[in-house]
Design a protein around this ligand. Structure first.
Ligand code: ZN
Length: 80
């Protein structure tokens, strides 16, 4: 069982549920934490990036507007 390095709160994490370099935040103090070891389970303060709630893997917006199949809308042909 790991504890928050910031506030010493017990983190309810299972080693099977996390990987090294996984990021999480402390429920107690909200500190950004990073898993540095899973055996034993250890975390450290992660202050590299300050993203709070957007921890999605792909925030690059790679093919967001490339092949969107908006068939319903494209049925309306634009003719003059
Ligand atoms: Zn904490």
């Amino acid at each position: 069982m790991a504890t928050c390095p910031e506030c010493d709160a017990t983190l309810d994490l299972e080693p099977e549920d996390v990987d090294v370099e996984d990021r999480l935040s402390c429920d107690d103090c909200g500190a950004s934490l990073k898993v540095i070891s899973t055996a034993p389970l250890e975390v450290e303060i992660d202050d590299e990036d300050e993203e709070d709630d957007d921890l999605d893997d792909d925030d690059d917006g790679e093919d967001e507007d490339e092949d969107v199949d908006d068939d319903e809308e494209s049925e309306l042909e634009e003719e003059e």
